[in-house]
Design a protein around this ligand. Structure first.
Ligand code: ZN
Length: 219
């Protein structure tokens, strides 16, 4: 581990512990106080591992990522540690194991940044996704009861409908209406097309545009 990374890990853990221990004297309820104390202990254990040159566990790395987040999100560098936080985040990317869902999410996110990505790349991704979810079940709902996207709150979505048509020669003689498949939030998945439909959302989508930079943040 390089010295600068180690130093920044020590900083984020100590900084986070300081904030949590300050909160202990405030009007936190007992449950939250108990959680803060437990987390401070975990931070101390990680700091001790660093001092002794011991290997950090995946769980340790996740706690470091959590503590680093506030500095990572500090794009205006108000606390003066943004640059180091970005470096630590990249280092964590290399060190932390990636599950299939997370891998899929990263690929989708990067593909959606480039309007020139050919459709076959999305098809390939979809195939991988189906491999990763063998029962064809996505275990998390993407929309709430009112059809609102859980990620961004938008009510606008695109859905594919697969009809089956019966051809006789070149002539269609019968059509069976299909089910809706692949429903995708337009704001999250097709941002370039969103403006066309923005007026269907409550405030014309302005709250989502304002939150654009936080869309990747943990809730
Ligand atoms: Zn969305």
């Amino acid at each position: 581990m390089n010295a600068a990374i180690k130093k920044h890990i020590q900083f984020v853990l100590e900084d986070d512990s300081e904030v949590m221990s300050a909160a202990l004297t405030g009007d936190l309820d007992d449950e939250n106080k108990r959680m803060n104390r437990a987390l401070i202990k975990r931070h101390e254990a990680i700091l001790a591992k660093l001092d002794n040159g011991k290997t950090l566990s995946q769980e340790d790395l996740q706690l470091i990522r959590d503590a680093n987040e506030i500095h990572l999100n500090d794009g205006a560098n108000l606390n003066g540690h943004h640059r180091q936080a970005v470096k630590l985040d990249r280092w964590l990317d290399h060190m932390m194991e990636l599950d299939k869902d997370k891998a899929m999410q990263i690929l989708e996110q990067w593909l959606d940044r480039d309007a020139r990505t050919p459709a076959r790349v999305y098809r390939a991704l979809h195939t991988l996704w189906e491999e990763a979810t063998p029962n064809d079940v996505v275990d998390e709902d993407a929309f709430d009861d009112e059809g609102r996207c859980f990620k961004c709150g938008s009510r606008v979505s695109f859905a594919d409908v697969a009809d089956t048509v019966v051809f006789v020669g070149d002539e269609i003689v019968k059509r069976y209406d299909g089910d809706i498949t692949n429903r995708n939030c337009v704001w999250c998945n097709h941002p370039k097309q969103y403006s066309e439909f923005a007026h269907h959302d409550d405030d014309g989508g302005s709250s989502m545009r304002a939150n654009r930079h936080q869309s990747g943040a943990r809730r």
